[in-house]
Design a protein around this ligand. Structure first.
Ligand SMILES: [Cu+2]
Length: 534
């Protein structure tokens, strides 16, 4: 019997599954599920929820065919009716190694990660990971700024959401949504009384059915979309700390595009402020993070000047998790006020709208002083379009194969003859945020005609004495950036570098995982120079 149950749980969305989670046409949760519970209610004293679930499943299997026909005709749903479209997600819970600081650096101060976290920033976490279908074999990419959070689940008011959940871990987990309408079986929370989706055993699957009803969408004072939590709720304190957390965004009816993304904003970011505890409260195990990153390691908060940006803010954790996200460089509209600090308590869900009108790279951090000290910081970048065209085009060769010459082609696009120029080179360490190497520069003195080009070998004598010549030996160097410094034209005029990295070109070691950068991150200060200052 047990074996049969196991097989049933694992059946990949086949006929058995569909019968079990069959729904009446146009209804949401409906008579069939109530009938199933009625049929299993013979167990008067159900202290063990999994025993109850098992019994329910057997009854369901036995009556599935019968119910499948009769309820379609008989059901008159009393719960809200889904009028919108059905949005399906395939989400697995998986154990992963998580690095709170993948660059290996405190990118806000340009120094090593401070004590007591210096030596260990990688810990075992459990995450929600999205896949393209129920084979759970092809991962769906998610924006890098989501960090440790699971995929964004979206709906417009009236839509229903179907989440196919697979538990690939060694413990029972679930998915419990905030804000959406669900019935008992789709609540995803283990307590008495339990529902069928309350805990999914290791290796098991469950398909959750939720509805974004009127109450799930924006209220009278809300903007066009609102954020909600989802998280595992079998042993929720432990599971939230493990990383089983994700966002739901519900857009008002008619205000979303085909993907339910609100049409009245240009960009959305979701940031969660939470302290993860890896060592029972000891300092070296307390990671004060934004989306699971500390000390400036949260990547990808990049937007264009002029964009209307919606920041969804989430809190989670314990009594220490009183956070005050603060943006430098911009104000936001939050609850019909202007501010640059928002108050977040554990499990808070709110949003703030920003008009990104102040280009630059700005700090974004929790303003609780202890939390700042402990690294609850990130930066965001507002990119302005270049105000002038580039005088050069730089084309790197195949840097990363030693057999190839390390050539950089320099093409004159200025429309006039270049007499002399200097180029800067910098290298990325571990991540695309950690750019180093400001001192490396080399000069060309051969005249380049308009439209003409010249080739620089970065391994030649101009370059031998600096560490760049050995870039391919060091696997931590993941890419190189080149940009012009100063150009002297033959007519006596001069072009100098405006914004850092203007007219840059990039070359990545791993072309399959090439990060896309619109703008170079700030150059990290040179370590030797720093030591001189200290
Ligand atoms: Cu804080």
């Amino acid at each position: 019997m047990k074996h049969a149950f196991g097989k049933f749980q694992l059946a990949p969305h086949g006929r058995g599954r569909r019968r079990l989670h069959w729904q009446p046409v146009g209804g949401f949760g409906g008579l069939n599920l109530r009938l199933l519970r009625y049929a299993s209610s013979g167990t008067a004293h159900r202290v063990n929820s999994s025993a109850m679930v098992r019994r329910t499943v057997f009854v369901a299997a036995a009556f599935a065919g019968f119910l499948g026909v009769s309820c379609a005709l008989a059901a008159k749903p009393k719960t809200p009716v889904a009028k919108g479209i059905v949005r399906s997600y395939y989400i697995a819970a998986e154990d992963v190694d998580w690095d709170y600081a993948p660059s290996g650096r405190d990118l806000m101060s340009g120094r090593p990660i401070p004590a007591p976290w210096t030596n260990k920033t990688v810990w075992r976490k459990t995450r929600y990971v999205e896949y393209t279908d129920d084979t759970f074999s092809v991962r769906k990419p998610q924006p890098e700024w989501l960090g440790i959070l699971g995929p964004v689940i979206r709906a417009e008011v009236g839509d229903s959401i179907v989440v196919h959940f697979l538990n690939r871990t060694q413990r029972a987990h679930s998915i419990h949504p905030h804000g959406l309408h669900y019935d008992k079986d789709n609540e995803g929370a283990r307590y008495v009384p339990g529902g069928m989706g309350s805990d999914v055993a290791p290796g098991g699957r469950f398909t959750y059915h939720w509805l974004a009803d009127e109450g799930s969408g924006p209220g009278p004072g809300d903007p066009s979309s609102v954020v909600w939590w989802y998280h595992s709720h079998v042993d929720s304190g432990i599971e939230a700390n493990a990383g089983l957390l994700g966002p739901i965004i519900v857009t008002a009816k008619g205000k979303g595009g085909a993907d339910a993304v609100p049409k009245d904003v240009d960009r959305e970011f979701i940031t969660m402020f939470m302290i993860f505890d890896e060592a029972k409260g000891k300092d070296e195990g307390l990671f004060h993070t934004i989306n699971g990153y500390f000390f400036g390691n949260l990547p990808g908060l990049t937007m264009n000047k002029g964009e209307k940006v919606r920041w969804y803010l989430l809190g989670m954790g314990n009594e220490k998790d009183l956070h005050t996200p603060h943006w430098h460089g911009e104000t936001v509209t939050h609850w019909q006020r202007h501010t640059d600090v928002v108050e977040l308590l554990p499990a808070s869900m709110t949003s703030a709208d920003m008009v990104a009108d102040n280009p630059g790279t700005w700090m974004y951090h929790c303003h609780v002083l202890d939390h700042m000290e402990a690294g609850m910081m990130a930066s965001f970048t507002i990119v302005a379009p270049l105000s002038r065209s580039c005088p050069l085009r730089l084309r790197p060769g195949d840097w990363w194969r030693r057999s190839e010459p390390s050539n950089l082609e320099v093409i004159n696009t200025a429309g006039k003859s270049i007499r002399r120029l200097s180029l800067h080179a910098a290298y990325f360490v571990n991540t695309a945020q950690n750019l180093n190497g400001s001192p490396y520069e080399w000069s060309l003195t051969d005249e380049i005609q308009p439209g003409g080009k010249t080739t620089v070998n970065v391994a030649d004598e101009h370059f031998q004495e600096n560490p760049l010549a050995g870039y391919y030996e060091d696997s931590k160097v993941i890419g190189l950036a080149f940009f012009p410094g100063r150009i002297e034209y033959s007519d006596g005029t001069v072009w100098t570098l405006g914004e850092a990295g203007e007219c840059f070109t990039l070359s990545w070691r791993n072309k399959d995982e090439r990060p896309y950068l619109k703008v170079l991150p700030p150059l990290q200060p040179d370590e030797e120079e720093q030591e001189d200052q200290d």
